[in-house]
Ligand binder design. Structure first.
Ligand SMILES: [Zn+2]
Length: 215
Protein backbone atom coordinates (compact mmCIF):
# COMPACT_ATOMS: atom_id res chain seq x y z
CA UNK A 1 0.00 0.00 0.00
CA UNK A 2 1.25 3.46 -0.88
CA UNK A 3 0.18 6.95 -0.02
CA UNK A 4 -0.87 9.14 -2.91
CA UNK A 5 -1.89 12.76 -2.79
CA UNK A 6 -4.29 13.42 0.04
CA UNK A 7 -6.71 16.26 -0.30
CA UNK A 8 -9.99 17.17 1.33
CA UNK A 9 -11.68 18.69 -1.72
CA UNK A 10 -14.79 16.83 -2.70
CA UNK A 11 -15.61 15.92 -6.27
CA UNK A 12 -17.30 18.80 -8.02
CA UNK A 13 -19.35 17.15 -10.72
CA UNK A 14 -22.94 17.63 -11.62
CA UNK A 15 -24.46 14.17 -12.14
CA UNK A 16 -26.78 15.58 -14.79
CA UNK A 17 -23.78 16.71 -16.84
CA UNK A 18 -21.98 13.37 -17.12
CA UNK A 19 -21.14 11.97 -20.56
CA UNK A 20 -22.43 8.54 -19.53
CA UNK A 21 -25.81 7.48 -18.21
CA UNK A 22 -26.74 4.55 -16.02
CA UNK A 23 -29.24 2.43 -17.93
CA UNK A 24 -29.93 -0.42 -15.53
CA UNK A 25 -28.74 -2.09 -12.33
CA UNK A 26 -29.24 -5.69 -11.22
CA UNK A 27 -27.96 -8.14 -8.63
CA UNK A 28 -24.99 -10.29 -9.61
CA UNK A 29 -24.16 -13.17 -7.27
CA UNK A 30 -20.66 -14.46 -8.08
CA UNK A 31 -18.31 -17.07 -6.70
CA UNK A 32 -16.44 -14.17 -5.07
CA UNK A 33 -19.50 -12.68 -3.37
CA UNK A 34 -22.70 -10.73 -3.90
CA UNK A 35 -22.28 -7.81 -6.27
CA UNK A 36 -24.49 -5.51 -8.25
CA UNK A 37 -23.92 -4.91 -11.93
CA UNK A 38 -24.69 -1.63 -13.66
CA UNK A 39 -24.90 -0.97 -17.37
CA UNK A 40 -23.88 2.46 -18.65
CA UNK A 41 -24.07 4.03 -22.05
CA UNK A 42 -22.14 7.02 -23.38
CA UNK A 43 -24.64 9.75 -24.23
CA UNK A 44 -22.98 10.67 -27.52
CA UNK A 45 -21.25 7.59 -28.92
CA UNK A 46 -23.57 4.94 -27.50
CA UNK A 47 -20.48 3.06 -26.27
CA UNK A 48 -21.38 0.60 -23.50
CA UNK A 49 -19.74 0.18 -20.10
CA UNK A 50 -20.25 -2.19 -17.22
CA UNK A 51 -19.51 -1.74 -13.53
CA UNK A 52 -19.81 -4.14 -10.63
CA UNK A 53 -20.02 -2.80 -7.12
CA UNK A 54 -21.17 -3.56 -3.63
CA UNK A 55 -21.75 -2.08 -0.18
CA UNK A 56 -22.61 1.32 1.22
CA UNK A 57 -20.80 3.79 -1.00
CA UNK A 58 -20.26 7.32 0.31
CA UNK A 59 -18.23 10.09 -1.27
CA UNK A 60 -16.19 10.88 1.84
CA UNK A 61 -15.33 7.27 2.66
CA UNK A 62 -12.09 6.11 0.99
CA UNK A 63 -13.35 3.27 -1.18
CA UNK A 64 -11.64 0.55 -3.21
CA UNK A 65 -12.02 1.03 -6.94
CA UNK A 66 -10.54 -0.51 -10.05
CA UNK A 67 -10.67 0.26 -13.74
CA UNK A 68 -10.29 -3.15 -15.31
CA UNK A 69 -9.47 -3.14 -18.98
CA UNK A 70 -11.16 -5.91 -20.89
CA UNK A 71 -8.93 -8.80 -21.84
CA UNK A 72 -10.91 -11.49 -23.61
CA UNK A 73 -7.98 -13.88 -23.70
CA UNK A 74 -7.11 -13.45 -20.03
CA UNK A 75 -10.51 -12.77 -18.44
CA UNK A 76 -12.46 -15.44 -20.33
CA UNK A 77 -10.04 -18.01 -21.77
CA UNK A 78 -7.58 -18.12 -18.87
CA UNK A 79 -4.65 -17.09 -21.07
CA UNK A 80 -1.27 -17.39 -19.39
CA UNK A 81 0.21 -14.61 -21.54
CA UNK A 82 -0.92 -11.99 -19.06
CA UNK A 83 -2.28 -11.61 -15.52
CA UNK A 84 -5.59 -9.89 -16.31
CA UNK A 85 -8.00 -12.65 -15.27
CA UNK A 86 -6.40 -13.31 -11.86
CA UNK A 87 -6.16 -9.53 -11.26
CA UNK A 88 -9.86 -9.06 -11.94
CA UNK A 89 -10.82 -11.89 -9.62
CA UNK A 90 -8.41 -10.78 -6.91
CA UNK A 91 -9.86 -7.26 -7.06
CA UNK A 92 -13.37 -8.74 -6.64
CA UNK A 93 -12.13 -10.69 -3.61
CA UNK A 94 -10.52 -7.56 -2.13
CA UNK A 95 -13.80 -5.65 -2.52
CA UNK A 96 -15.77 -8.55 -1.07
CA UNK A 97 -13.42 -8.67 1.96
CA UNK A 98 -13.73 -4.91 2.46
CA UNK A 99 -17.51 -5.00 2.04
CA UNK A 100 -17.60 -2.11 -0.42
CA UNK A 101 -16.04 -0.98 -3.66
CA UNK A 102 -16.47 -0.83 -7.40
CA UNK A 103 -14.87 -2.12 -10.59
CA UNK A 104 -15.47 -0.44 -13.93
CA UNK A 105 -14.99 -2.97 -16.69
CA UNK A 106 -13.63 -0.97 -19.57
CA UNK A 107 -14.59 -2.75 -22.76
CA UNK A 108 -11.61 -1.68 -24.83
CA UNK A 109 -9.80 -4.85 -25.73
CA UNK A 110 -6.01 -4.92 -25.91
CA UNK A 111 -5.43 -1.37 -24.62
CA UNK A 112 -7.96 -0.13 -27.15
CA UNK A 113 -6.62 -1.82 -30.32
CA UNK A 114 -9.43 -4.41 -30.54
CA UNK A 115 -9.32 -8.21 -30.39
CA UNK A 116 -8.29 -8.82 -34.02
CA UNK A 117 -5.32 -6.48 -33.77
CA UNK A 118 -4.46 -8.05 -30.44
CA UNK A 119 -4.29 -11.47 -32.08
CA UNK A 120 -2.12 -9.99 -34.86
CA UNK A 121 0.14 -8.58 -32.14
CA UNK A 122 0.28 -11.97 -30.43
CA UNK A 123 1.36 -13.50 -33.75
CA UNK A 124 4.26 -11.02 -33.86
CA UNK A 125 5.06 -11.89 -30.26
CA UNK A 126 5.23 -15.55 -31.28
CA UNK A 127 8.06 -14.36 -33.51
CA UNK A 128 9.89 -12.68 -30.63
CA UNK A 129 8.51 -9.13 -30.38
CA UNK A 130 7.36 -7.80 -27.02
CA UNK A 131 3.92 -6.28 -26.42
CA UNK A 132 5.07 -2.70 -27.08
CA UNK A 133 7.16 -3.54 -30.19
CA UNK A 134 4.32 -5.63 -31.63
CA UNK A 135 1.85 -2.73 -31.42
CA UNK A 136 4.40 -0.37 -32.92
CA UNK A 137 5.08 -2.73 -35.80
CA UNK A 138 1.36 -2.88 -36.53
CA UNK A 139 1.28 0.91 -36.55
CA UNK A 140 -0.96 0.96 -33.49
CA UNK A 141 -0.63 3.26 -30.52
CA UNK A 142 0.62 1.47 -27.43
CA UNK A 143 -2.32 2.65 -25.34
CA UNK A 144 -5.49 4.06 -26.85
CA UNK A 145 -7.59 3.88 -23.72
CA UNK A 146 -9.58 6.80 -22.44
CA UNK A 147 -10.34 6.84 -18.77
CA UNK A 148 -12.52 9.90 -18.34
CA UNK A 149 -15.79 8.00 -18.67
CA UNK A 150 -14.63 5.34 -16.22
CA UNK A 151 -14.03 8.07 -13.64
CA UNK A 152 -17.50 9.45 -14.32
CA UNK A 153 -19.02 6.02 -13.71
CA UNK A 154 -17.25 5.74 -10.35
CA UNK A 155 -18.55 9.18 -9.47
CA UNK A 156 -22.08 8.25 -10.55
CA UNK A 157 -21.91 5.17 -8.31
CA UNK A 158 -21.27 7.54 -5.41
CA UNK A 159 -17.47 7.40 -5.11
CA UNK A 160 -15.14 10.34 -4.70
CA UNK A 161 -12.26 9.44 -2.37
CA UNK A 162 -10.89 6.38 -4.10
CA UNK A 163 -8.28 3.78 -3.24
CA UNK A 164 -7.32 2.63 -6.71
CA UNK A 165 -6.41 -1.03 -7.13
CA UNK A 166 -3.84 -0.74 -9.92
CA UNK A 167 -0.20 -0.98 -10.84
CA UNK A 168 -0.59 1.46 -13.72
CA UNK A 169 0.44 5.02 -12.80
CA UNK A 170 -1.34 6.34 -15.92
CA UNK A 171 -4.67 5.16 -14.55
CA UNK A 172 -4.08 6.88 -11.20
CA UNK A 173 -3.16 10.12 -12.92
CA UNK A 174 -6.15 9.83 -15.23
CA UNK A 175 -8.51 9.37 -12.28
CA UNK A 176 -7.07 12.46 -10.60
CA UNK A 177 -7.18 14.53 -13.78
CA UNK A 178 -10.80 13.50 -14.27
CA UNK A 179 -11.57 14.91 -10.82
CA UNK A 180 -11.65 11.97 -8.41
CA UNK A 181 -9.65 12.19 -5.19
CA UNK A 182 -7.12 9.37 -5.30
CA UNK A 183 -6.20 8.85 -1.64
CA UNK A 184 -4.22 5.66 -2.09
CA UNK A 185 -2.84 3.22 -4.62
CA UNK A 186 -3.53 -0.34 -3.57
CA UNK A 187 -0.99 -2.64 -5.19
CA UNK A 188 -2.17 -5.81 -6.88
CA UNK A 189 0.29 -8.52 -7.79
CA UNK A 190 -1.02 -11.96 -8.52
CA UNK A 191 1.11 -15.10 -8.85
CA UNK A 192 1.86 -15.59 -12.52
CA UNK A 193 3.41 -18.20 -14.72
CA UNK A 194 6.71 -18.19 -16.56
CA UNK A 195 4.71 -17.60 -19.78
CA UNK A 196 3.57 -14.19 -18.47
CA UNK A 197 6.99 -13.22 -17.16
CA UNK A 198 8.22 -11.50 -20.33
CA UNK A 199 4.96 -9.58 -20.67
CA UNK A 200 5.11 -8.47 -17.03
CA UNK A 201 8.72 -7.35 -17.43
CA UNK A 202 7.75 -5.31 -20.48
CA UNK A 203 4.86 -3.71 -18.59
CA UNK A 204 7.29 -2.74 -15.84
CA UNK A 205 10.15 -1.54 -18.03
CA UNK A 206 8.34 0.01 -20.98
CA UNK A 207 4.96 1.02 -19.60
CA UNK A 208 6.07 2.07 -16.11
CA UNK A 209 3.88 -0.35 -14.18
CA UNK A 210 4.67 -0.53 -10.48
CA UNK A 211 5.49 -4.20 -10.07
CA UNK A 212 7.65 -4.86 -7.04
CA UNK A 213 7.95 -8.61 -7.51
CA UNK A 214 9.11 -8.44 -11.14
CA UNK A 215 12.89 -8.19 -11.40
ZN1 LIG B 1 -4.64 -9.67 -20.48
Amino acid sequence: MEEATQTSTTCQWDTTQLSVERVSVAKLPTEYGEFKIAGYRARESGEEFVAIFKGEIERETPTLARIHSQCLTGDVFGSLKCDCGPQLHQAMQMIEAEGRGAIVYQMQEGRGIGIINKIRAYALQDGGADTVEANERLGLAVDLREYRQCAEILFDLGLCHVRIISNNPLKLRAMEEAGLQVVERVAIEVPHTEAAMHYMRTKKEKLGHLLEKIK
